[in-house]
Each structure stands twice: as C-alpha cells, then as structure tokens.
Design a protein. Structure first.
Length: 39
C-alpha cells in the first residue's frame, strides 16, 4: 500500500507499508491546505 499526502504542494509524505520505509519532507507550516490522497 502506497499512501501519498501532499499539502499545498509544499509537504510530501510517502509511506510504504510493504517495504517498511517512510519518507517525510516538511518545508513550511502549511498542513491542511490542498490535501490529496493517492493510493
């Protein structure tokens, strides 16, 4: 399962449950602006 969270195109969160890997990138404090869920 691949879940991607993009907040205003500034914050991208990628979580890979199969590979047990998690990437977290935080650029600004904009969190709940323009939320997209891709599975």
């Amino acid at each position: 399962m691949i879940a991607r969270y993009t907040y205003g195109g500034k914050i991208s969160v990628s979580t890979f449950d199969n590979s047990s890997k998690s990437e977290l990138k935080l650029s600004t404090t904009d969190l709940m602006v323009g939320m997209r869920y891709s599975f």
